[in-house]
Design a protein around this ligand. Structure first.
Ligand code: NAD
Length: 275
């Protein structure tokens, strides 16, 4: 069975669009785009499109490739203090003279829509309320939408990136899963995937997960993005595994739409926390 991220996203967007309209909520998202990374343009346009769809205003701050770190910090400090700005996103990647972790860590935690500040990551680690990274949060939301039990399940996360893999560890532990983390130095990936009830792959390596690596009725979440001949493909060999697994996310159309829905959710949450 397909875990349809687009359908769930659309339902969530409709809910937030109504809420914003009915409660006359005024939300503004500031997006900072430094440099000229091409895929970032697509991601930013997508964020703007869905924000506008639900009635959230966006402001795009474009800064050129040679922008100094101090200039980005100055802008973040200005936006942190601006009462009409609800949320701030520093689009990743940034040019190499800018330390992304340091600079994004300076965003006011109450305006931290990506959930990358120390304050919010600490709260995630301690299972407290906060603004948490959108992709991992979206994956949990998708599993729960389809009534997939997480507690006591053996979950194998592949990828230990700061944006997806690491926050997922805490999201899953907070939901009482037993978690194993695999990465580029893992000796025998199949040993872990073969035992897993749920496999979540966040690598960016086409066909990393094949039919022989999963058990019958596994639940498969495909986060990775690669582009082959102009087409987006995930980490999981969809055609090879689809008849063996119980549930699978399409890619595209699974995790990506949930990420955008969680950006909207975090914006509304940020607004409510600031009130
Ligand atoms: P990252 O580069 O920080 O992490 C990739 C991880 O993959 C690393 O931890 C690395 O150890 C691991 N890895 C590499 N080769 C491996 C192998 N052969 N076997 C096992 N592990 C291996 O990337 P990230 O920012 O965490 O993103 C991961 C993927 O998810 C990327 O493809 C990215 O485009 C995608 N992504 C998708 C969404 C979405 O909304 N769908 C959001 C964010 C990221």
């Amino acid at each position: 069975m397909i875990l349809d991220g687009k359908k769930v996203r659309n339902e969530l967007l409709e809910y937030y669009e109504n809420k914003i309209k009915e409660e006359n909520i005024k939300i503004t998202l500031a997006i900072i785009y430094v440099g000229s990374d091409e895929p970032s343009k697509i991601y930013i346009n997508n964020k703007i499109k869905y924000c506008e769809k639900v009635g959230i205003k966006t402001l795009l701050y474009e800064m050129d490739e040679k922008t100094k770190e101090k200039e980005v910090i100055d802008l973040i400090e200005k936006l942190n203090d601006a009462p009409d700005i609800t949320g701030i996103i520093l689009q990743s990647p940034v040019p190499k003279q800018i330390d992304f972790a340091k600079v994004s860590g300076m965003i006011n935690p109450l305006k931290d829509i990506d959930g990358f500040t120390k304050d919010n990551l600490y709260k995630l680690m301690h299972n407290e309320d906060g603004l948490f990274p959108c992709t991992s949060k979206g994956i949990i939301k998708l599993l729960k939408y389809y009534n997939i039990k997480i507690a006591s399940k053996d979950v194998c996360v592949i990828g230990r990136g700061d944006i997806v893999g690491k926050p997922l560890i805490f999201e899953l532990l907070n939901n009482n899963a037993t978690v194993s983390i695999c990465h580029s130095q893992t000796k025998n990936l199949k040993k872990y995937t073969k035992n897993a009830d749920i496999i979540i792959s966040a690598v960016g390596h086409p066909k990393l997960i094949t039919s022989d690596m999963i058990k019958d009725d596994a639940i498969l979440i495909d986060v990775g993005i690669s582009v082959i001949e102009g087409k987006i493909v995930g980490d999981i060999d969809f055609g090879g595994v689809k008849d063996k697994c119980l549930y699978i996310t399409p890619n595209p159309g699974g995790v990506g739409p949930m990420t955008i829905a969680m950006i909207i959710e975090n914006l509304v949450k940020a607004y409510e926390m600031q009130k």
